[in-house]
Ligand binder design. Structure first.
Ligand code: K2U
Ligand code: ZN
Length: 157
């Protein structure tokens, strides 16, 4: 596979509703998911969604870690999430700063649900149901937006 390029705002792929993966396809995409994670790490991202490298499928990686903007962000293993969904979202919202690899140099205050319950499949096809809060919940919501053709500026206060 050729090296991945990050689509920038204006590229119509960022405005598509990404296609769900069938469990039969998960392993087939394993090499792509490895390249996707490398691309995120290369760019010091805390997340990345497949449509950002022009692959319009419902998959993203969440990889919270302490960083200059969020020094107290939790440290987590980069986690690949397939066919991810929010199954419950709190009424309570929190505003905080976000950036995006597809919109370099711009930061904006974005309102997100403080707590969410989510489900996603792992590469092995196992369903995971879990809850998230704080910065990790924020990243999940930011990446899920990418699968639905939204970017954080669409929600900027
Ligand atoms: O473009 C992306 O999807 C990845 C974003 C994820 C993000 C989600 C929520 C809040 C901030 C960023 C990139 O990680 S942008 C780089 C970055 C990293 C840490 C903090 C802020 C921006
Ligand atoms: Zn983004």
């Amino acid at each position: 596979m050729e090296t991945l390029t990050i689509a920038q705002l204006g590229n119509p792929i960022l405005r598509e509703h990404a296609t769900p993966l069938s469990a039969a396809q998960y392993q087939e995409f394993a090499p792509f998911f490895n390249a996707l994670q490398l691309k995120m790490l290369e760019n010091n991202g805390v997340g990345i969604a497949a449509p950002q490298v022009s692959e319009s499928i419902r998959a993203f990686i969440v990889a919270s870690r302490p960083n200059p903007r969020y020094p107290d962000a939790p440290m987590m293993e980069p986690t690949l999430m397939l066919n991810p969904e929010i199954t419950w979202a709190s009424e309570s919202m929190e505003k905080d700063w976000e950036g995006c690899l597809s919109i370099p140099g711009i930061r904006a205050l974005v309102n997100r649900h403080s707590h969410i319950e989510v489900r996603y499949d792992t590469l092995e096809g196992k369903e995971v149901k879990t809850q998230m809060e704080g910065f990790i919940a924020r990243i999940f919501q930011h990446e899920l937006d990418h699968l639905n053709g939204l970017v954080f500026l669409d929600r900027a206060e």
